[in-house]
Design a protein around this ligand. Structure first.
Ligand SMILES: Cc1cc2nc3c(=O)[nH]c(=O)nc-3n(C[C@H](O)[C@H](O)[C@H](O)COP(=O)(O)OP(=O)(O)OC[C@H]3O[C@@H](n4cnc5c(N)ncnc54)[C@H](O)[C@@H]3O)c2cc1C
Length: 360
């Protein structure tokens, strides 16, 4: 039986491991943290569903519904309830035309795809993660940080923190590009350094819970984007929040009846992000009183920003990998940062390694 090590249990690594197990490989999925999902984090609190990372995926993309169907949770996919977003001009919220909010936030997606809206899961984006982790319970190893890979007799030797190692016939690296790039540099893959240099932008998200009557203005649409000239040092009194999602309007079941859940996106800044977010949201949305609670998530390395010629660099690295024992890269750092693209890339990496091992 071919032994495959998948490194990283974010959605890309989970999808890769799931396909490899079903292809008949002996799979070990190594994750440095104590939980699966990577940047996908859903928490429950007092009847609210709080997302720390992604809150949905483009409805036009088939990868998540297809995966959910295979996992028996296809009926948990939910559609976006509210549509449209606004721009905070500094004095008013003005309705934006379709696709403008995404463009202002630097989210790359086709207009037609944005027009089809977003979907999520009834219990939040961690639902497919939990379903995959449950199926992979015998393959998943937590707190197993990979420190190096090296060619071995049969294929690869995968070294772990603490000094132990796994031998494998094939490897999938489903890591952020900076982490995979470092491992590939050790093996002497030319161009691996360019992957290690993909910059992941820092961000902070703050979820804030309120009673509905605390909100002084109607919450129209899914949220608002702050005008770029109002954020940061370019403005006399700069705002810290870049955007706000009306989480309880956007998807069903995010807050108990009579309550509102907001999620603010902030640039990293000095000070308490929850206090900054509440202060600025209170001014914009006419909020009275303090939030019932707040929850901040700090992403020191959040979404990757691809440099010029990124696709060509990735293609060149992948071409060099074909000359080594079976080894593939997958995840947000390469072919698209959205959750759907990560699932696609994990599955493609699994297919590649499986076909080279003759187990597909
Ligand atoms: C705040 C935020 C909001 C987002 N919103 C959306 C959204 O609404 N819709 C959307 O489609 N996408 C969104 N994204 C993007 C999307 O969520 C991510 O790009 C995607 O989930 C990344 O998945 P991944 O498996 O490639 O990587 P990750 O989730 O980063 O997983 C990599 C895993 O590898 C592990 N690891 C790292 N180093 C090692 C090592 N040496 N050894 C072992 N394990 C290691 C990590 O602990 C992690 O679990 C958002 C991202 C962020 C940060």
């Amino acid at each position: 039986m071919s032994r495959v090590v998948v490194v990283g249990a974010g959605i890309a690594g989970l999808a890769a491991a799931w396909d490899l197990v079903r292809a008949g490989a002996d799979v070990t999925l190594l994750e440095s943290e104590r939980r699966p999902g990577g940047v996908i984090v859903t928490e429950r609190r007092d009847g609210f569903i709080v997302e720390g990372g992604p809150d949905g995926f483009l409805a036009a993309e088939p990868e998540l519904p297809a995966l959910a169907g295979e996992l028996g949770i296809g009926d948990r996919v939910v559609a976006q309830r509210a549509r449209g977003s606004s721009l905070w001009t500094g004095t008013a919220l003005e309705v934006l035309e379709e696709g403008r909010a995404a463009a202002l936030l630097g989210i790359e997606a086709r207009g037609a795809d944005l027009a089809a809206g977003f979907r999520s899961f009834a219990g939040g984006m961690a639902e497919p993660v939990a379903a995959l982790a449950e199926r992979l319970v015998n393959n998943l190893r937590f707190t197993q940080g990979v420190t190096g890979i090296a060619p071995a007799r049969a294929g690869w030797r995968v070294a772990l923190t603490g000094g132990s190692a796994h031998e494998a016939d094939g490897v999938v690296l489903a890591l952020p590009a900076y982490a995979a790039g470092r491992l590939l540099e050790q093996v002497g893959v030319a161009g691996a350094r360019t992957l290690a240099e993909v910059v992941y932008a820092p961000s902070v998200t703050v979820s804030l819970a309120y009673r509905a009557e605390q909100i002084g203005r109607p919450l129209d649409g899914t949220g608002f984007v702050v005008g770029p000239d109002l954020v940061g040092a370019r403005h006399a009194v700069p705002l810290h929040i870049r955007a706000c999602t009306y989480a309880s309007s956007k998807f069903p079941g995010r807050a108990p009846d009579g309550h509102v859940l907001l999620r603010a996106f902030l640039a990293p800044a000095e000070g308490d992000p929850a206090a900054l977010a509440h202060g600025e949201l209170a001014a914009i949305l006419g909020i009275g009183g303090a939030p019932l609670w707040s929850r901040a998530f700090h992403w020191t390395r959040g979404l990757p920003r691809y440099p010029a010629h990124h696709a060509a660099h990735v293609a060149a690295v992948r071409e060099r990998l074909t000359r080594l024992a079976p080894l593939a890269i997958a995840g947000a750092g390469y072919d698209g940062a959205g959750v759907s693209a990560c699932v696609r890339s994990g599955r493609e990496a699994a297919r590649l390694v499986a076909s080279r091992l003759g187990v597909s």
